[in-house]
Design a protein around this ligand. Structure first.
Ligand code: GLA
Length: 461
């Protein structure tokens, strides 16, 4: 590795060029910020998607970059699962109570009761230390309307005191609530209470439950308990929700930490008799979740009693006519920087530029209508602030990118929203901080250093 540091001077450096052919860009790209119809980052974490009349509604946690206090549940819509329109903050901060100030509200999941036609949202509410878990619910007569928070979900005279949750609507319309540690509760037909317990404490240590069904067989996935840190998620399978459940193991290659994500939902896309499933996961980045946490959506292979995501698809789309998926070659030209210059200490390697010093900057001039940044993620990586200025010097984008991964991987770290075709200056600034979190027992997870490693700039012409 060459150690060629450069300090506070203009050092014009051309990056290695390799151009890709101009192809479609309508792709689900995992692990980078998604921008909505307003040009703002899609802010809907630990989400679910509900389809209605060919429109897909995405619900998820609105996060900030400060802490984990509940800010609301956002709703977006899309017809292709790629371009998202902001619809509404469907459930906001309540004046007090379970979703009032100083609480968290997580893993919102929505189902429509076939009996009442009402949309019911379930979510985990808690104190900021996760020591007061409750299952709350909210109702609405429109999918993207203003939901009314109803408080605790009852089971007879008692409440469900659980945290991570999800829901599942079976083929006969019966609704189920699933929680961490492997619990399944059957809901009353109006989905406003629990009427019985089907499975209890089957998966100690399991969080982030997700359920899907294909050809009469159920698949139930979990993450391990590592706070906001990713781990190798695993699954069980059964032909009846009540069990017996067979433990199957991982559904992504070992050590890939579920392609750097934690499961949130599995969306069936149906065309006639065919169904495909979209795995929806979160690449958390605590505490800068609003800017730096991203979504990992992958085609999930389901069949013969097994599920898997054998390879990471960096860009792909759903074929809605056939309930299948295809890879997409994004039209991003690498090596697009006409000049690159650094401010502060950067170590130059064969692959790019690397630094951990807060405040140092790397800037590049790039032409195009979408601007891309590539980098290397490593276990000691941290946050970079990335800004894009147009030819007049006006800032058109500013966000934070998290470079952390438990395994080394090179790839796209940012792709700007569509901009007027022109010349832009991209600046990557090392923030000197990183994503990390602690479990309730104080165990540390996440990165431990602030490295930012830039390998390339690219653009869509
Ligand atoms: C786990 C849960 C998340 C959230 C975090 C908080 O990752 O799955 O929903 O509660 O813990 O640490």
């Amino acid at each position: 590795m060459k150690k060629n540091c450069f300090k506070a001077l203009f050092a014009a450096v051309m990056f290695l060029s390799c151009s890709a052919p101009q192809l479609r860009q309508d792709a689900i790209i995992s692990g980078i910020a998604w921008f909505d119809d307003r040009g703002e980052e899609v802010n809907a974490h630990a989400s679910c998607v509900v389809e209605e009349n060919g429109v897909y509604y995405l619900f998820g946690e609105a996060h900030t970059d400060d802490n984990n206090e509940y800010k609301g549940i956002n709703c977006y819509s899309s017809t292709d699962l790629i371009n998202w329109k902001f619809e509404n903050q469907v459930l906001g901060l309540q004046p007090d109570g379970l979703l009032g100030p100083g609480r968290v509200g997580e893993r919102a999941k929505v189902m429509r009761s076939p009996l009442t036609g009402e949309y019911v949202m379930f979510l985990h509410t808690d104190d900021m230390k996760y020591m007061d878990p409750h299952v709350g619910y909210a109702v609405c007569d429109r999918i993207d309307g203003d939901y009314r928070f109803m408080g605790e979900l009852n089971h007879g005279d008692s409440y469900i005191r659980r945290w991570d949750l999800s829901v599942f609507q079976d083929s006969d319309g019966t609704g189920y609530l699933l929680t961490h540690e492997g619990n399944i509760y059957r809901l009353a037909p109006d989905y406003r209470s629990v009427d019985s317990v089907l499975v209890e404490e089957l998966v100690p240590g399991g969080e982030a439950p997700v359920m899907l069904k294909r050809a009469g067989r159920y698949y139930w996935t979990f993450s391990g308990k590592t706070s906001w840190e990713r781990n190798d998620n695993f699954y069980l399978t059964a032909t009846s929700l009540a069990g017996p459940w067979e433990r199957k193991g991982l559904f992504c290659p070992e050590g890939k930490t579920t392609w750097n994500s934690q499961g949130a939902f599995a969306l069936p896309v149906v065309a006639g008799l065919d169904t495909m499933f979209v795995y929806m996961g979160d690449r958390w980045s605590f505490p800068k979740q609003e800017s730096a946490a991203t979504y990992v959506w992958q085609p999930l292979t389901v069949g013969d009693g097994e599920i898997s995501i054998p390879e990471f698809q960096s860009a792909w789309r759903v074929d809605f006519e056939r309930a299948e998926w295809e890879t997409v070659e994004p039209a991003i030209r690498r090596g697009a920087a006409s000049s690159v210059f650094g401010k502060g200490e950067w170590e130059q390697t064969d692959e790019g530029f690397r630094s951990r010093e807060a405040g140092v900057q790397l800037s590049a001039t790039v032409k195009g209508r979408r601007i891309a940044l590539f980098g290397i993620s490593e276990p000691h990586s941290g946050y970079a602030k990335v800004t894009i200025n147009d030819g007049e010097g006006t800032e058109v984008l500013s966000t934070i990118v998290d470079f952390y991964s438990q395994y080394r991987t090179e790839g796209l770290k940012l792709l700007s929203p569509e901009l007027p075709r022109g010349k832009y200056q991209v600046t990557v600034e090392v923030l000197g901080s990183w994503a990390e979190s602690y479990t309730k027992s104080g165990k540390h997870f996440g990165s431990d250093d602030s490295y930012v490693y830039v390998t390339d700039f690219g653009s869509v012409r």
